[in-house]
Design a protein around this ligand. Structure first.
Ligand code: BT5
Length: 335
């Protein structure tokens, strides 16, 4: 960690003025996917085609573009991330597509807190706040979120006026984006309703916390916070958690952020496909669950996800639909 470049939460606004690298519009889904695929270490160019589902000529074109910008390099027969790509403000602006304001903080209490204070910066721009570590990370219902170095602790802010269900679509879109990233890296992760990404048999890999302000029945600002254990050592995490590091070894968070954001953007723009993909990657549908709500406990079989992100249960008293905000905790029941 470079302490000389340390940005604390008190002087984060300085980050807005920095534009050290120009991001280009060619930094599209395929380009960010290629960087992501190299996040876990050098790869054979032949494997890249399979990892991200592109043809040979696209791979070669992207390789030249990414090499020319010192984002990747060849070593022997393999491709790898360029050693100059650090997880800091400069590195992030190099890997993120255009159209985002990026604020990187080496350490802050909570990126969601910072994000909530941001003013709009234009008609359709989103802001991204990312921290190297958080000292006061929070989950739903004010639960503590452990955020040591090595994770992606990030909040994406949208200032546009939207209808309330779109906040839940954001939550689903962000968690599916995490599964998109792990799939490029060859690790299968699944979605546990309402806001978790899990690696089956291993634990919770990521969690999403959406916070919105509304007026007159419409959302005025939506903050979509993601905590994603990438290179975090398991010893620094609670027992329920897992980290990509356990499955892939040392992995670079900066390599994953561009594709994560591209995927999030694509998925929140197509809610129907997002719901369909959530269903197909669900760890919850088809299981017997117990949901704690402020009005009591509901037991049932999880059968479906509605278009607004609610879970449909088959219970002894008939079908019940539980909204995400009503769920304090979901546990699986055996049998
Ligand atoms: C969540 O809450 O899963 C949402 C977490 C969102 C964190 C991000 S980080 C960036 C942004 N800034 C913030 O301050 N927050 C967001 P929930 O479903 O309530 O889960 C919380 C529970 O997950 C805790 O009670 C622990 O059991 C467990 N937990 C805590 N830290 C964890 C970690 N790093 N990885 C996996 N599980 C964790």
């Amino acid at each position: 960690m470079d302490l000389a470049n340390k940005t604390s939460s008190s002087d984060w606004r300085g980050g807005l003025k920095q534009t050290p690298h120009h991001r280009s519009s060619w930094m599209n889904r395929e380009a960010t996917a290629m960087i992501c695929a190299l996040g876990a270490g050098p790869r054979d160019p032949a494997d890249i085609i399979e990892d991200i589902g592109i043809d040979e000529s696209t791979r070669d074109r992207l390789t030249s573009l990414l090499q020319a910008r010192s984002l990747i390099e060849s070593v022997g027969d393999q491709l790898r991330l360029h050693p100059s790509l650090d997880y800091d403000h400069v590195g992030l602006t190099r890997v993120l597509p255009t159209g985002y304001r990026v604020i990187y903080l080496e350490e802050t209490a909570s990126t969601n807190h910072i994000a909530r204070t941001l003013e709009p910066v234009g008609t359709d721009r989103l802001s991204i706040v990312i921290a190297g570590m958080q000292t006061g990370g929070r989950g739903r219902h004010n639960r503590r979120w452990r955020s040591p170095p090595g994770g992606i602790w990030m909040s994406v802010v949208d200032h546009s006026t939207r209808q309330p269900p779109s906040a839940w679509i954001d939550q689903l879109a962000m968690s599916i984006a995490v599964t998109d990233v792990t799939s490029i890296l060859g690790v299968e992760s699944q979605l546990k309703w309402p806001n978790d990404v899990v690696i089956p048999e291993a634990g919770k890999l990521a969690g999403v916390l959406v916070e919105a302000t509304s007026a007159g029945g419409e959302l005025q600002q939506t903050v979509c916070g993601l905590g994603f254990n990438v290179a975090v050592a398991p010893v620094d995490l609670p027992r329920v958690a897992t980290s990509l590091r356990v499955h892939l070894g040392a992995i670079s968070p900066v390599a994953l952020v561009g594709y994560l954001i591209q995927s999030y953007k694509t998925r929140r723009e197509s809610p129907s496909a997002t719901i369909a993909d959530w269903r197909s990657r669900s760890h919850t549908l088809g299981r017997s669950v117990r949901i704690e709500t402020p009005d009591g406990t509901i037991d049932g079989l999880a059968t479906n996800l509605t278009m607004s992100g609610a879970l449909v249960l088959e219970t002894d008293a008939g079908e019940k639909t539980v909204n995400p905000e009503a769920c304090r905790r979901l546990r699986y029941r055996s049998g």
